[in-house]
Design a protein around this ligand. Sequence first.
Ligand SMILES: N[C@@H]1[C@@H](O)[C@H](O)[C@@H](COP(=O)(O)O)O[C@@H]1O
Length: 246
Amino acid sequence: MKIIEVADYKEMSRVSAQIILEKIKSQEHVTLGLATGGTPLGTYKELVKDHEENGTRYDHVHTYNLDEYVGLASSDPESYHAYMCEHLFHPVHIPLDQTNIPNGAAEELLQECMRYDTLIENIGGVDLQLLGIGQNGHIGFNEPGTPFSSKTHIVDLTPSTLEANAEYFADRCKQPTRALTMGISTILQSKEILLLASGEKKQEALFHLLRGEVTEAVPASALKMHDRVTIIADSQALKLVNSLGK
Ligand SMILES: N[C@@H]1[C@@H](O)[C@H](O)[C@@H](COP(=O)(O)O)O[C@@H]1O
């Protein structure tokens, strides 16, 4: 794994946007795996800024998001659909029929998982997958203990993940407790992976990922089985690694 240590969130966002832009500009057809949460927001801001200033086009870009909450329709302002439209899809003018997000409001959730997995298998995995990391080491919504062989599936979110994401819900009673997520093996199909981590809250997860063993107890540790992973982390997120791990 290649580790790029940066000073702070701003630099992490700039560097990751640069890597994504290089991919967008160097290929005639690009498939991007996208993440939500607070971590990639700065990266999306940089992409929007670049689009406005340099006119980078997204006609040849197809996107596949990691996850979505069960029970939230795409029109729900707290859904990951709405998040993606607001922060990236609308401002950079990606044709919406080229964007894919699991449908958390599907009547048949198992069928929806299979449909989503087939989409990704048919393209042979995305070209570049952007990832954040949960405080408990989760990627997408693959909680600790998820088999590395997992495909897109329905997940019951752990109390710590619910707590960590509570700030995104105006009314905590309406926070969904289940989600659909790409599985670990779905994520590992990606040709290249870019994991972002910023802030002290991520230092233990990064320590387990970088210094611990490969174990299903730390979902992100599966990334060690992939040969093209880059981690961009700021010094706060690397604090424990740098103080204990050398
Ligand atoms: N499903 C998302 C993950 O994809 C994300 O990586 C994680 C970290 O969130 P944040 O970036 O807000 O710390 O939160 C959620 O669980």
